[in-house]
Design a protein around this ligand. Structure first.
Ligand SMILES: *[C@@H]1O[C@H](CO)[C@@H](O)[C@H](O)[C@H]1NC(C)=O
Ligand SMILES: *[C@@H]1O[C@H](CO)[C@@H](O)[C@H](O)[C@H]1NC(C)=O
Ligand SMILES: *[C@@H]1O[C@H](CO)[C@@H](O)[C@H](O)[C@H]1NC(C)=O
Ligand SMILES: *[C@@H]1O[C@H](CO)[C@@H](O)[C@H](O)[C@H]1NC(C)=O
Ligand SMILES: *[C@@H]1O[C@H](CO)[C@@H](O)[C@H](O)[C@H]1NC(C)=O
Length: 445
């Protein structure tokens, strides 16, 4: 039995609660959404703080995608369990795209693309499993632009850009700009990425046909702003400016249902009501336009370790990160509570655990706008994210990632708190772009 829980939302919705974004529509758009106002990122080398490539064990028994009414579509754990996938239809060719709320480009690996590990050409399967996109983009290539994107753990992709007919959850954008990748360092396993962040955060589309000239200082080789897929959906009036995620737990034994819902809530149960909080600027990218799903939080803590000074700052809601990156002293203390405790070898610089470790017995708490979201310790045991499958050789190869890391671990110059997998698998998250706010409720399992 599917049930919608939207205690607070009912107050906003006249007829049904499957209309979470109607508030946005009624109240008008408050967020600075005009793509032409988006401020470009400061330097061509700046890479997104939100994406981590973590390849892990192949899982069996994945569920098939199911469409539901109200623009709701299934989300599954990828074969490794480390990230979340949903189906994207490119003019009739269907693919499983990774959902990334931390970036804005949407791209697909093209048949015949070259895969590299950074130094040498690899089999294509190293980058993502076939099938890949066949043929040419139905809306035509933009010959005066090129695609060239890079992410925080060093991955990079390049190729061409053009327009394609893109369908997700029954919503079709007739002419969406996407990247068609022909060269990739992408040990992530996804053939495509669905970037759901604000258009202002996109980084992959450049003026000029020659990618080696991208960002060379010549204004004619600068980034080109464009409308990202979700922006296209709502600005073309196809759906209300809101989407929500109920993401299944990543543990290998998880059989949870997962959904992405556009203009509505996912059909899962939650505990209590939804807590709203404004989406705030990410000054690292722009001081004038929204870029990421960044919020201010009250605190992160756990029972014996309450640190009320651990407040505020840019916290990014990021489905592309498998960990929570918290303030160092909180992350350090919580990592001691695994059995056996996590270790942080100086040559690795990350917390790792034995893959059979038991999670902390006390839940980790993320407090947002006065509401405590309790994340069970087992959500931090990333037993499916094995180091040897992420390029770590030697004595630590058999270890797994800890789900809680020090802030900045994926990118030393940044101090974002990333709320990735351990947070998102325990909540229903509403990205209300129209209202300029996020809403969270604890998911009921
Ligand atoms: C890339 O692969 C080559 C062989 O295919 C190997 O020699 C090299 O060490 C690999 N590089 C990385 C960074 O893994
Ligand atoms: C992508 O852009 C960078 C500059 O940001 C440039 O150095 C690089 O050569 C480009 N990649 C390709 C494949 O041309
Ligand atoms: C791209 O470069 C051309 C010159 O080569 C210029 O006329 C055009 O305005 C540029 N477009 C953007 C979006 O910057
Ligand atoms: C609390 O946080 C502050 C700043 O982040 C840090 O300096 C301090 O050591 C922390 N206190 C405890 C008890 O961990
Ligand atoms: C857990 O894994 C380690 C190796 O990583 C092994 O030495 C240990 O015996 C295992 N413990 C249990 C209870 O299976």
């Amino acid at each position: 039995m599917l049930s919608y829980h939207c205690t607070l939302l009912l107050a906003w919705c006249a007829s049904s609660c499957n209309c979470i974004a109607s508030r946005s529509t009624e109240s008008g758009l408050t967020a600075p959404l005009d793509v032409h106002n988006s401020v470009r990122v400061p330097s061509p080398d700046v890479i997104a703080p939100h994406y981590s490539v973590l390849k892990s064990k192949v899982r069996k028994g994945r569920s098939s995608f199911a469409k539901r009414s109200g623009h709701v579509q299934s989300v599954i754990n990828d074969p490794s369990g480390a990230n979340w996938y949903t189906e994207v239809d490119l003019n009739g060719q269907k693919f499983e795209f990774m959902i990334d709320t931390g970036s804005a480009d949407t791209w697909i690996l093209k048949d015949g693309f070259v895969c590299t590990n950074g130094t040498a050409t690899q089999p294509q399967s190293y980058c993502g499993s076939a099938p890949y996109f066949k043929g040419t983009l139905s809306g035509g290539q933009i010959k005066t632009e090129n695609f060239n994107a890079s992410y925080s753990s060093g991955e990079f992709l390049s190729g061409t850009v053009g327009y394609e007919k893109v369908t997700i959850a029954g919503i079709t954008v007739a002419k969406q700009l996407i990247g068609l990748v022909d060269y990739a360092y992408w040990p992530a396993g996804a053939v495509g990425l669905l970037g759901l962040a604000y258009p202002g955060v996109e980084r992959g589309v450049w003026n000029g046909s020659i990618s080696s000239a991208d960002g060379d200082g010549n204004p004619a080789h600068d980034r080109v702003p464009y409308s990202s897929i979700f922006h296209s959906m709502w600005s073309e009036g196809l759906v209300a400016p809101s989407f929500s995620l109920a993401l299944p737990r990543g543990h290998p034994s998880s059989e949870d249902e997962g959904y992405i819902a556009f203009g509505s809530l996912p059909p899962v149960e939650v505990e209590g009501h939804f807590t709203p909080t404004p989406i705030v600027l990410t000054p690292h990218y722009s001081t004038t336009a929204l870029s990421e799903y960044a919020i201010n939080i009250d605190a992160t803590y756990f029972s014996s370790h309450t640190n009320t000074t651990d407040t505020g700052g840019n916290t990014i809601i990021d489905s592309g990160t498998v960990t929570i990156n918290a303030r160092n002293e909180v992350a350090d203390a919580y990592n001691k509570l695994f059995d056996p405790p996590a270790i942080n070898p100086p040559d690795l610089g990350i917390y790792i655990i034995q893959c059979n470790a038991t999670g902390p017995k006390v839940p980790f708490v993320v407090k947002i706008a006065g509401t405590e979201f309790k994340l069970p310790g087992e959500s931090f045991v990333l037993s499916d994210v094995v180091l040897s499958e992420n390029g770590v050789t030697g004595e630590y190869g058999d270890y797994c990632f800890s789900g809680i890391q020090e802030t900045g671990v994926w990118n030393a110059e940044q101090t974002f708190i990333n709320l990735g997998r351990p947070f998102l698998e325990n909540v229903v998250a509403v990205f209300d772009v129209g209202a300029g706010e996020m809403r969270f409720a604890q998911r009921k399992y």
